[in-house]
Design a protein around this ligand. Structure first.
Ligand code: IDP
Ligand code: MG
Length: 152
């Protein structure tokens, strides 16, 4: 399994406003994942329409767009073994009421439309989302000094 798999994780506007982003960064870092991209940004409608293109026909799509544009988003890219699937596990279920305690949504959220965090759901969508949110030169390559303590 590749140690260089990447995923896109975004702390949504409510997570930023509620100061939950340090908790998100802590959980991903302490699990062993390497941060390779980070920026605080206001998402443009055009970007969000592309990002959530699979949900266009859903009744909640307009409110999802306004939610995602209600404040800055902390966009991040993480690298590591099985990071896409593991990242989704750290997040919990889409509906926070169905997210187990110990997950980010399970610990900090109640409503689907305020579920504080996004995570790519497959390696393919991670690639698409990373390219959508980050320019190539905004992602960094570096040797993590903790790798020897994380990977056998
Ligand atoms: P995910 O974020 O867990 O991948 P998706 O089904 O891709 O879930 O939906 C994207 C986002 O749209 C969710 O995180 C949530 O904020 C919002 N959403 C999904 N389903 C509903 C719904 O039924 N009502 C309100 N918002 C929803
Ligand atoms: Mg999704």
């Amino acid at each position: 399994m590749s140690n260089t798999e990447r995923t896109f994780i975004a702390v949504k506007p409510d997570g930023v406003q509620r100061s939950l982003f340090p908790e998100v960064l802590r959980r991903f870092s302490q699990k062993g994942f390497k941060l390779v991209g980070i920026k605080l940004t206001f998402a443009k409608e055009e970007l969000l329409r592309e990002h959530y293109s699979d949900l266009q026909s859903k009744p909640f799509f307009p409110s999802l767009l306004s939610y995602m544009m209600s404040g800055p988003v902390l966009a991040t890219v993480w690298e590591g073994k099985d990071v896409v699937k593991q990242g989704r596990a750290l997040l919990g279920a889409t509906n926070p009421l169905q997210s187990a305690p110990g997950t980010i949504r399970g610990d900090f959220a109640l409503d689907m439309g305020r579920n504080i965090i996004h995570g790519s759901d497959s390696v393919e969508s991670a690639e698409k989302e990373i390219a959508l949110w980050f320019k190539k030169d905004e992602l960094v390559s570096y040797k993590s000094e903790m790798y020897g303590w994380i990977y056998e």
